[in-house]
Design a protein around this ligand. Structure first.
Ligand code: LLP
Length: 422
């Protein structure tokens, strides 16, 4: 058997070696499982870099005046943030905690964009005090607070802001991650946005630079982006347009998401053609920068046959909530025995029947002790990990050129009681 390259669902450079064993970033997956334990998130550093560079290069080539802003919610991990800061990206944060992570990882405050639909005085005051680059205004309470908190600021001391517009265009995706529809908790519809623009233009401590939109996540069709920009165009002419994230990724071998080049072209062409030339364009990819860079390694701990075959692994909805929240489908394979002989469900260890990581997986004769891999878990996996059933959260292991290093260690059971007050 010769070494085989794997599909685009796996991190760049992943392959099966001549023994049929999964290699990630030059490291053997079974060895990684042995050394770092399971479950573990394994992230291929070169993949993160390559995707960041692809976005930066596409935007530079197609527009010139723009920035790629990592939506840190997709993988809020210091090592990932440091890597993207070093690649010259900006960072989007959606809470005081994410702001802390971004600053701690070395993003300059002026390279941070702050979001949120329910921010109290303290959260906005914290962002203002740190002199972040942009605060995105979501609602009129934000404006009340920002006016009050910046009332003493003038001229160069003013805070730059954008208005988040809900364009009434929904991308086709799961309802929980669709945000552009008129009945959304995010942003302001066109009529309200006009009112917000008027107020912000009159606020002495604030400088309105432009508009923001984010119509949804895991979008595989580019048409809604243009339709949404058409709505932004009705609101006037501003120097800055932040078009949000949303570019979908491949979770299954058969998914064919648009390329980064096509996505960037669709966004910048829409702004140029529908709004005008010379605009500064910000794009906020989250998932598309990190999803396929990461996989999760599990150990198979039980195999049961009744109506179906149930392959039980040592993680589940505590390390990947996406199948349960959004019905997302993942691929799974045994790390040293890729194949499809057995039709089965890969389940987690949690105390509910919904804890199914992959329904209708096809594995090659799974048995206890196998290492099982689910690819494309880099986005919103670590981000949404939790301690349901007292399960400690997995480590994050970076791999590159045959070397592996832990960048977030495994949580311990002792940490589960660390916040107790007796
Ligand atoms: N910008 C804003 C303002 C956002 O709200 C989001 C995602 C992004 C950028 C990045 O979107 P992306 O490029 O990753 O699609 N937990 C869900 C995803 C929620 C996304 C929320 N906002 C999931 O696991 O699918």
């Amino acid at each position: 058997m010769v070494s085989t390259a794997l599909s685009h669902v796996y991190p760049l450079g992943s392959r099966l070696d001549e023994r049929g064993r999964l290699q990630l970033g030059g490291c053997d997956a079974i060895e990684l499982a042995r050394e770092f334990g399971t479950p573990a998130y394994v992230v291929v550093e070169d993949d993160l870099r390559a995707r960041a560079r692809a976005f930066v290069a596409a935007l530079a080539a197609q527009h010139g005046d723009g920035e790629v802003v990592f939506a840190s919610k997709a993988f809020p991990c210091t090592a990932v943030l440091e890597l993207f800061a070093a690649e010259g990206l900006m960072c989007d944060v959606a809470s005081a905690g994410e702001l802390h992570l971004a600053l701690n990882a070395g993003f300059a405050p002026e390279r941070i964009v702050v979001h949120g639909n329910a921010r109290d005085d303290a959260e906005l005051a914290g962002a203002l005090a740190r002199r972040v680059g942009l605060i995105v205004v979501d609602n009129f309470d934000d404006i009340d607070r920002l006016e009050r908190l910046t009332s003493g600021r003038r001229d160069r001391d003013r805070q730059d802001v954008l208005v988040r517009v809900t364009p009434g265009v929904a991308g086709e995706t799961h309802a929980s991650i669709s945000t552009g529809q008129p009945d959304s908790k995010f942003g302001l519809g066109v009529a309200d946005a006009r009112g917000a623009i008027e107020r912000l233009e009159a606020a002495p401590g604030l400088r309105l630079l432009g508009l923001h939109m984010h119509i949804g996540s895991q979008l595989l069709d580019l048409a809604p982006f243009r339709a949404a920009t058409e709505v932004l165009a009705t609101l006037g002419d501003f120097p800055v347009y932040d078009l949000g994230g949303g570019l979908g990724v491949a979770y299954s071998d058969s998914d064919e998401p648009p390329s980064v080049d096509d996505y960037v072209a669709a966004q910048v062409d829409a702004v140029r053609e529908l709004i005008g030339p010379g605009k500064r364009i910000l794009l906020e990819p989250g998932r598309a920068l990190v999803a396929n860079a990461g996989v999760t390694l599990y150990s198979v701990v039980s195999v049961k046959r009744n109506v179906s075959t149930w392959v039980g692994v040592d993680g589940g909805m505590s390390d990947n909530l996406r199948p349960m929240l959004y019905g997302s489908h993942y691929e799974a394979q045994i790390a040293d025995r890729f194949g499809d002989a057995t039709s089965c469900h890969v389940t987690g260890k949690h105390c509910e029947s919904g804890d199914v990581i992959v329904r209708d997986a096809r594995l090659q004769e799974p048995r206890s002790g196998d290492v099982l891999v689910t690819p494309a878990t880099g986005a919103y996996g670590h981000a949404m990990a939790n301690n349901y059933n007292g399960v400690p959260r997995p480590p994050v292991v970076f791999v590159s050129e045959g070397e592996a290093r832990v960048v977030v260690r495994r949580e311990t059971v002792e940490e589960l009681t660390a916040r107790d007050v007796r």
